[in-house]
Design a binder for this molecule. Structure first.
Ligand SMILES: O=C(O)C[C@H]1C=CC(=O)O1
Length: 96
């Protein structure tokens, strides 16, 4: 199943710099690993915001929840999930 996921990042200003850097490095590694596996199909920066729009391809709601709640930045993000299905007018073969 495909999901559109909007992640709005709000890291507290008073988080120590070392801790912030560690979380961001782990977040990047985690996200890139899932991208290599094909689970995290797309990630886009939202212009002008510390936020991203992502497309994840997972088995079900439970797997999506497991993946998102394990994000190192999870405690510092507002996440909005929208389930997707193939549009009847779609012509691309790889979007379902
Ligand atoms: O920077 C972000 O948008 C947050 C986050 C999500 C994946 C990743 O590598 O960073």
């Amino acid at each position: 199943m495909l999901y559109h996921v909007f992640m709005d990042v709000k890291i507290p200003r008073d988080l120590p710099a070392e801790e912030r850097a560690d979380i961001l490095a782990r977040e990047k590694a985690y996200s890139q690993d899932l991208q290599r596996q094909g689970t995290w199909r797309h990630i886009w920066r939202v212009a002008g915001q510390y936020a991203n729009v992502s497309i994840l391809d997972v088995r079900d709601n439970a797997e999506l929840h497991q993946i998102l709640s394990a994000l190192p930045l999870f405690p510092f993000m507002q996440i909005t999930v929208t389930p997707l299905l193939r549009h009847p007018s779609a012509i691309r073969g790889d979007d379902s």
